[in-house]
Design a protein around this ligand. Structure first.
Ligand code: ADP
Ligand code: MG
Length: 150
């Protein structure tokens, strides 16, 4: 896919598929905002950076993220959903806030899990992969939001 791909929109409520229960809250982008990605790529897990438009300066920074682009069971698997887990401990939830993301690379395809433990383990691996990939010098320019649009 032609990375970088920039996405943005207000954070939506998900369908309680247990992001927080798994220790991995995922901020959902609105369906309309994901076409720049879903029109050029397949479902799977991606890495990049994201920023939330928060009034708290500490929560307002650009953070590494992992993103899942997946078929949504709520829509009988006819629609793709993009959910972003930012690698930062936020002071509070940020539903309704504008979120911007730059997607820089692909980690793995969407997989089915037979156990919660297997899923949690894979998410931890995705996070480590993203952290290492994003350390590449060529990606440092994206750690500032104003560099995302050419
Ligand atoms: P939902 O099903 O509504 O998406 P989640 O359990 O996935 O619920 O939690 C997502 C929400 O958690 C986000 O919309 C955001 O407000 C909050 N949140 C807190 N910390 C983070 C984080 N590090 N990454 C993503 N979302 C976070
Ligand atoms: Mg979520």
């Amino acid at each position: 896919a032609p990375f970088p791909i920039v996405l943005s929109g207000p954070v939506q409520h998900g369908f309680g598929r247990g992001g927080k229960d798994l220790g991995c809250p995922t901020a959902n982008l609105p369906d309309e905002s994901i076409t720049p990605l879903s029109s050029v790529t397949e479902p799977g897990v991606y890495y990049g950076f994201a920023q939330v438009d928060s009034c708290d300066p500490e929560d307002n920074e650009v953070y590494p993220m992992v993103m899942s682009l997946g078929w949504n069971p709520f829509y009988r698997n006819e629609r793709l959903t993009a959910e972003i887990h930012l690698l930062h401990r936020f002071k509070s939830d940020f539903y309704g806030r504008d979120m911007k993301a730059v997607v820089l690379g692909y980690i793995r395809p969407e997989l089915d899990y037979t156990s919660r433990e297997a899923l949690i383990e894979d998410i931890q691996t995705d996070i480590r992969v993203a952290e290492r990939c994003l350390r590449r010098p060529a990606y440092q320019r994206y750690s500032s939001e104003c560099q995302w649009t050419p």
